[in-house]
Ligand binder design. Structure first.
Ligand code: AMP
Ligand code: MG
Length: 407
């Protein structure tokens, strides 16, 4: 059995970022830039006024014999228009915020520092001397033509989208999102809308995984149903699944008579490993089917959930072009302790909160891999090292923080 770290390493060397695609700007959120983004224009594209006021020549604002100068107003410029004449000596033009500075003017005085006779005033009295460039936002002050504004590898969020919009990127070069096939296995597994019958349980894993995939960045999750515990059924499902970027299965990877996933992987592709020294989730298989990476997760829902977070999520993040793949681990005080002795690495579901200057963890009760309710309050896994270690109440351990961004 290999360690969690070795498993992760063996998986991630086999995974590469997907190809580049151009997507419409409004659908690019959460995706990763595949190219550096260059400014094709100066931003702002033209010198413009930062205030509502009057554009003028700064040298015309000096008081003469202690008297505020009065300038002739020759017109106005609203945002979205350009002046049809210049500002000459002794004159001014009304300008609105965002309006291009008329030629001849080197400064703008804000309206509050002037006297004038209403919106149609033909004169303005300047009550304060202004320096050149006052209230003028020069062309290219924010971004210059040719400058690299964002680097490839950047995750696109609302602010990046705003910048891309101002630069005129109607389409954005991104790493395309992964398409993921999700496959259940087992004769006992029925769908969520079916009534329970003797011996049957509902398919929680496929739905859990669909949602977990959707939470792991931009990705498409497709449930392909449940394969029966016969070779033909699995072969058929795997044929469908092999057109996706990643295949996630649950169940059928153990050593039982009907654990056929490994057999089909060997038959149609390869298996890199199928056991990891951890709990929950020892039977995790990784390999390929028809060139498509396949992560075979355990059948027990808690094991599925935990091993997806540990291995499935980093796979998706890497395919999406992210470079930070792993959740942060922080020291926590385990208030109730972990008294169960487990020889394998133990990932204990816990709720962690910040209290009195440190992180405090509370485990979520029965840690059996079939106890789904142990997932409900969990926002972290407390990591208990290999070798039958216990943690005393109040003892320190590391916790993997599931709600925090990858580091
Ligand atoms: P297996 O690895 O196939 O032996 O499955 C281990 C356990 O997980 C068994 O109790 C299965 O009934 C259960 N199981 C397998 N698949 C699912 C599923 N899709 N939803 C819920 N439980 C499952
Ligand atoms: Mg099974």
């Amino acid at each position: 059995m290999i360690s969690v770290e070795e498993a992760l390493e063996r998986i991630l060397v086999q995974i590469t970022a997907l190809e580049e695609a151009q997507v419409p700007l409004s659908t690019s959120q959460g995706l990763v830039l595949a190219q550096d983004i260059l400014a094709h224009d100066d931003i702002p594209p033209f010198a413009n006024s930062a205030m509502d006021g009057f554009a003028l020549r700064s040298q015309d604002t000096h008081p003469q014999n202690g008297v505020h100068p009065r300038l002739r107003v020759t017109g106005g410029v609203a945002a979205g228009y350009v002046a049809d004449h210049s500002v000459e000596e002794g004159t001014a033009m009304r300008v609105m915020t965002g309006a291009p500075i008329p030629p001849g003017a080197d400064s703008v005085i804000q309206i509050e520092l002037t006297n004038y006779d209403g919106p149609e005033s033909t004169w303005v009295e300047v009550q304060q001397e202004v320096a050149p460039h006052n209230n003028i936002r020069p062309a290219g002050e924010d971004m210059r033509t040719g400058q690299v504004i964002m680097q490839r590898g950047t995750e696109i969020g609302p602010w990046e989208i705003g910048v891309l919009a101002t630069l005129g990127y109607a389409h954005v070069p991104v790493i395309r999102h992964p398409r993921v096939a999700i496959l259940g296995t087992g004769d006992e597994v029925i769908d969520v809308d079916e009534p329970l019958r003797p011996g049957k349980i509902r398919n929680s894993n496929s739905y859990l995984l669909e949602a977990a995939v959707q939470r792991a960045g931009v990705a498409e999750a497709h449930r392909l149903g449940v394969a029966q515990d016969i070779v033909e059924s699995l072969r058929e499902k795997f044929r469908q699944a092999a057109t996706y970027d990643l295949i996630l299965t649950s169940g059928g990877v153990s050593v039982g008579d009907f654990d056929l996933v490994k057999d089909i992987m060997t038959e149609q592709g390869n298996i890199n490993f199928w056991r990891i020294n951890m709990r929950p989730g020892k039977p995790v298989a990784f390999g390929h089917i028809g060139g498509v990476p396949l992560l075979g997760l355990p059948g027990n829902p808690v094991s599925t959930a935990v091993t997806f977070e540990l291995f499935g999520r980093p796979i998706l993040r890497k395919m999406q072009g992210h470079t930070r793949l792993l959740k942060p681990q922080v020291p926590v005080v385990v208030e109730d302790g972990v008294d169960e002795q487990v020889m394998r690495r133990h990932y204990v579901r816990a709720h962690v909160e910040w209290r009195n200057d440190h992180f405090v963890a509370h485990t979520t009760g029965n840690q059996g891999s079939n106890i789904m309710t142990s997932l409900l309050q969990a926002n972290a896994f407390v990591i208990v090292p290999e070798g039958g270690v216990t943690i005393q109440p109040g003892g320190i351990a590391k916790a993997m923080m599931l709600d925090w961004p990858e580091v």
